[in-house]
Design a protein around this ligand. Structure first.
Ligand SMILES: [Fe+2]
Length: 267
């Protein structure tokens, strides 16, 4: 892991263990089966009517055309209870599989946090990250839009983001020269990049990376399925990222020092 890439490229590549990849692929098959269920069944895994619930299945069509499913350790008990109402057990296997994924990604996450702690002087990051495992959020995504952009340019909530799966290319990041470039993702490697929490915690030595998702002819036809993990730790919480940062230009945070960044976050 070349951790210095974080301040030079904006992200770091991490080796993708085959055992982890296989688990992820199985979970994604379950997620695709779930997406094909009637809406009335999918809603059994959601807190319908509460748009701020941030729980289980969520349909989002106001900004990006997508449906998503959040799984985290703290919600596992309730999610498993609700999953029992789904008639096809294969469709909810990914909820159970996520339990194991949390432990499988732990070594990667620990290694990343340890390197960041040492190289960028972020004291206590590794223990804070590992103690927050119950709050790590696995986001299963299904984009079904046909327009040029499947996901608008944005920065992520939480501390940092691990990419685990996408069935098609199209993910791009904004580099520090403000040029959009494709993420280098393949079966043997994936990426971790900082979000707002890590910019805050590193006193702006690391920058929350802007990214977006483009449609391809394949995704326009068959949709785009993806899995990312938001790694949280205490100290920074952005309740409504769109409201707080949505009207700021992409990359606005790249040249902010710690004080300027905190001033923006406080607004
Ligand atoms: Fe994102």
């Amino acid at each position: 892991m070349r951790i210095e890439d974080l301040s030079q490229l904006g992200y770091v590549r991490v080796a993708y263990p085959e055992a982890l990849r296989k688990l992820v692929e199985r979970a994604m098959l379950g997620w695709q089966t779930f997406c094909a269920l009637p809406q009335s069944e999918k809603k059994r895994c959601s807190k319908e009517g509460d748009r701020d619930a941030d729980f289980g299945y969520m349909m989002r069509s106001d900004h990006d055309q997508k449906e998503q499913f959040h799984v985290s350790l703290k919600d596992t008990f309730e999610l498993k209870q609700r999953s029992c109402c789904i008639r096809d057990p294969h469709a909810v296997e990914f909820v159970i599989a996520t339990d194991m994924l949390i432990y499988r990604i732990q070594p990667l996450i620990a290694e990343f946090a340890e390197h960041v702690e040492r190289v960028y002087g972020v004291v206590g990051l590794k223990s804070d990250v590992l103690e927050s495992a119950a709050d790590w959020t696995f986001r299963y995504l299904h984009y079904y839009g046909t327009e040029h952009l499947l996901a608008d340019e944005h920065i992520d909530r939480g501390g940092f983001t691990l990419h685990l799966y996408e069935n098609e290319p199209g993910g791009e990041y904004l580099d520090f020269d403000f040029v959009w470039r494709p993420f280098p993702i393949d079966h043997a490697q994936t990426v971790i990049f900082p979000s707002l929490g890590l910019q805050h915690r590193s006193q702006s030595a690391l920058k929350a990376l802007w990214h977006r998702v483009l449609a391809t002819p394949e995704t326009a036809q068959n949709g785009r399925f993806a899995l990312v993990v938001f790694i949280d730790f205490p100290g920074f919480r952005c309740q409504n990222i769109r409201k707080q940062f949505g009207n700021r230009p992409a990359g606005f945070n790249y040249h902010l020092d710690a004080d300027a960044f905190e001033a923006v976050c406080a607004q």
